[in-house]
Design a protein around this ligand. Sequence first.
Ligand code: ZN
Length: 739
Amino acid sequence: MKKLHIAGFLIVFALFVLYPLQAHAEKNVVIDPGHGGSSSGTTGYSGASTGYYEKDFNLEMAEGLREILEKNGYNVHMTRTDDSKLAGSLHADLQARLDLAHEAIEGKNDQSIYISVHSNSLPSNPYMRGYETYYFDIDEGINETYPPDPVQIEYSPESKRLAHTMHQNILAGTPLWEGRGIIPSDLYVTRNAHMPAVLLEFGYMSNPTEEALIKTSSFQEKAAASVLKGVDEFFSVFEVYEYDGNRVKVFENKEQAIDYAKSMESAYVFDKFNQEKIYDGAVKRYGVYHSSDRSVNETFFTKDEAIAYAEDFENVRVVDNELGRVVWSDYLEKDYEVEHSSQGVIYEAYDFESAFNYAKKWKNTSVIDRNKDQVVWSNYLDEDFAVSHTEKGLMKTFYREKEAIAYAENWESTKVTHTESNKVVWSNDTPEYNYSFKTTTLAGEDRIQTAIEVSKQLYPNGLDGEKTVVLATAFEFADALSAGPLAAQLDNAPILLNRKDELSADVLKELSRLNTEKVVILGGENALSAQVENDLKQHFVVERLAGKDRIASNLEINKGLSNVEGVFVASSRSFPDALEASSIAAAHGWAIVLTDKDEISQESLNYLNGREVAILGGTAVVSEEVEETLIESNGGDQVTRLSGANRYETVAAALDYFEDDMRSSTVLAATGQNYPDALTASAISARTNAPLILVGDELNPTIEKQLSEYGSENVVDELQVIGAVIDKNSRNEMVNHLN
Ligand SMILES: [Zn+2]
């Protein structure tokens, strides 16, 4: 959904082919039903009495052909779709057909073909019968009376190849006999088309048997299927191009094409059927990477070589570094599928972008997010199912009924309407429900007291699960920062804050009220002293997670996290970016790795390897060098940067990315000027999925916009402000946007 559209850049994984590929619609087929209007073509054996002329057969045949070609992914252009001529004179009419064709293919002449559909006649001999294929052949020389277009001269070898694939498949797939065979000729359309071109004569209408045969729908279906086969076969080749776009050679065999290209200075191989570059002599674009260490790190010229290499290892992926997509993996999940309305699943992909790029080349396709079992894009379904709330009105629209209902179930007083019929298909109406918005504040006299207030709200009756509490410094952000993800993993432990030198009596009191058994201290003795640790040991089991400095402490804490799905990389010097991450990371099982601006440690890199990485903030806080190092280590598909013009916009970018998962009737707000309030709030996010908004002196416009959107897509009925720093104006504005 939105997350996917705006942030396809984050989980950029890749596509995977299910079936031997059917065609992409980058390929053009121009179908030219011969004659039309006053030009009826041959009258045939019985046309004079039945009124069924060649022009009628040509159009029927062409329509069937169009349908089957489009179903199989070709772009089809028709020179006529009704019983009419394009111009008065014969030549003007034929030239008009070519003009139309040349315009329709939009310069993609190399990836287009022209098929003219006819039926033959020899009135002098009603016994003459059989199928014939016509094309222009430069090897037969140039007829001065009917000179060919120079462009067709270039395409002549390909026209010949097309004539052969047509001829064989039509003879094999229909009951027609062979007439006079494959015939090089100077027909107007075949000698002047700016692309490979053929003219097909489906039998002789002057022969009563064949005339009767080709009029049947069963014949026309077989003939169309045979033409499709011929077209598929024509496109099933591997073209070697020079970089200036000059096509050097065409191969039926992929390996031969690659070998040939390798023998050239600089060339690439184009898989014509799948319409993709499969080898490029300039770049080893396919990388093989291991999921969790750097033991495997190789690049290759071709996908096949990379996969063959990767198959000898476990937990590896092959990344197309040019497109930034995983193309093969033995451990990643293919979370997206492309579904065709009649053919079912035709493609599986690791990420939305790849699925989308594939799906949009077809008609009647949808992209489905398998995890959510939800249609996230479609070119034929409409978002016909609307979820609305009794008092808030329209919230969101969906492609499928079940998805709309699943969404509506999150709140009371919602209903699902099928917008086209205006029928309510599901309702969650509770008449006594009254929508009202409230603003609450959780704040103590200082940051330490505020943390205690948050803890009280989270666990009013003391801890119910694991009886562990995380204790962080109230004054040194870097040491405190990792608290969010850690607390989330410790059964949503509360986060309490303390000053460095002595244990606060109020903290001790809260620990007792919670029935705490174990306290995890974050950071070294510079953050929380040995004295604090000893005081705690009088009452609880104590564990300290610390390293020699802030970055090492952070790593130490991260090592204790299990099932980490992704990692935020944030500056160790600038807290606001990391702060927002703390809340999201806590709610999503992500970790936060701190780094210096210009260099990231090898130990951190090892920790990050194989995981999805989101850099927080611009290059002023985490440099391009660090980003490049991360890409080198993890592959381009695994690294992105979430940043905005300032700290609040970075927050917005991060929230936007995770929006679909942060769904709650409560929105949290804390100051972005310092860290403790937001840090303790991350414990609430972890437990309730409530998004946390950071607020400065005034509301940032990007955040305002985001609040409005969130407010319209969710029934938000509470703004909870953590800490006493946010002023009344900002609160009121937030409420206005959310309402
Ligand atoms: Zn004809």
